[in-house]
Design a protein around this ligand. Sequence first.
Ligand code: GTP
Ligand code: MG
Length: 196
Amino acid sequence: EAARKLFAGETDFLKGVVAMDGLPPDDRIEVCFAGRSNVGKSSLINALTGRKGLARASNTPGRTQEINFFTLADDHYLVDLPGYGYANAPVAVVEKWQRLLKQYLSGRASLRRAFVLVDMRHGIKPVDEEIMCLLDRSAVTFQVVMTKVDKIKDRERDRTLAQVREKLSAHPAAYPELVLTSSEKGWGIPLLRSII
Ligand code: GTP
Ligand code: MG
């Protein structure tokens, strides 16, 4: 019921941030969505809020190039992050985002939980582990959200989930429960809303 109420509230784009001094005041509950380029962060925000074009999603890795803040009701921020790993943008630009991303993830007081998105077809990659280690060091609780679950068969799914669970056991800041989602099909979206 609380989740229904929260997500029935107004959602809006607040601002895109390119440097730490552009962050809005950290005066409300904040959760962010991190993950490799193209994993489905922006699509997940759209699915959660039920607003298709709210966060810009596309098939080009590197679509989200700023830290985008979305307001949820009056007292929450949903934060869409640029992807890490491969992006279709110049190296110098990508390095700038990566620096900002790391500063944000390790230095944001109001960040209650980072959702780390992992593509169901790929499992946890070395770049994901790098981010997870950063979150461990910064004592930011994170939870893995599997994305694009609609794209694979059950057997492959079990293999990837075993890999993910095994890797997560090494991270003290990891929340053990995984959330399986498909933004396309709406799977796992009500569960993720209630977690938020
Ligand atoms: P960057 O901003 O570039 O880091 O990417 P992102 O993580 O925000 O990914 P985005 O949401 O833009 O989605 C990338 C592509 O994956 C788009 O073509 C989406 O339509 C597709 N996609 C995202 N989620 C799903 C899903 O659950 N199922 C399927 N089949 N496709 C998805
Ligand atoms: Mg994006």
